[in-house]
Design a protein around this ligand. Structure first.
Ligand SMILES: [Cu+2]
Length: 235
């Protein structure tokens, strides 16, 4: 391609991005927690002394249900379930990283796009064997015996959710939402989430939690809108 053609195509892309953002809004909200906190057993890493040592011989709190001090729930994956049919979005170019650190997965729950690179990192001086169990994409099962080892994988097809486990350490688990669009977020340590730059339209927004299941809500997003979608999970 000649250099003459490059500039106009770059300008066109920029103009399209500007136009898209002018007709896009945000969906923001809080995942409230109601009722009694479940009494989940803490993780004991006695089966691997190196893991145990990394935690000073102490148990580690389960990440299955994390109720924040402000009575909100962490690690709910919120995403657009309906309303984007027929629309195509470019695959995210940045990579996602899942780190095996302290014999836990970090992050515990996250979203990514189908076709996006997932870097699997072993930060521990311990062997981990990451085993992803998608139903729509190819499963993978990778042993990483060395500290600092990295492997890159992708999920070809959208799927919600994909379970990840370690075949060496039964307490290790993570959940990945794989989407054909970039409109997802995970609730943080204050229970907040924001889905940004959603094109104007009517959507079904779903909030999913590994223990409490899913809830959905209809939201209409206008140009330059910020809409609130609060959810309440619990017993
Ligand atoms: Cu492991």
């Amino acid at each position: 391609m000649s250099s003459k053609l490059r500039l106009p195509s770059f300008l066109l892309t920029t103009l399209c991005l500007v136009a898209m953002q002018a007709f896009a809004g945000n969906v923001t909200g809080k995942i409230n927690f109601k009722g009694a906190k479940p009494n989940l057993p803490a993780i004991t890493m006695n089966a691997d002394q190196k893991c145990l040592k990394m935690h000073g011989g102490k148990t580690v709190a389960s990440e299955q249900v994390v109720v924040n001090p402000n009575n909100t729930l962490r690690y709910a994956l919120v995403y657009v379930k309906k309303g984007l049919e027929g629309k195509k979005f470019p695959t995210a170019k940045d990579k996602m990283t899942i780190d095996q650190k302290g014999c836990m997965y970090n992050p515990h729950v996250f979203g990514m796009m189908a076709g996006q690179s997932l870097e699997i990192l072993n930060s521990d001086p311990v062997i981990h064997n990451i085993h992803a169990l998608p139903k729509n994409s190819t499963q993978f099962n990778i042993g990483q015996p060395k500290q600092g080892q990295k492997t890159t994988k992708t999920f070809d097809k959208p799927e919600m959710p994909v379970k990840v486990k370690c075949d060496v350490h039964p307490w290790m688990g993570a959940w990945i939402g794989v989407f054909d669009h970039p409109f997802y977020a995970v609730s943080d340590d204050k229970g907040n989430f924001t889905i940004k730059n959603l094109p104007a339209g009517e959507y079904e927004i779903e909030a999913w939690h590994e223990k409490y299941g899913s809830q959905s809500m209809k939201v209409t997003v206008g140009a330059s809108d910020t809409k609130t979608a609060d959810f309440t999970f619990g017993q």
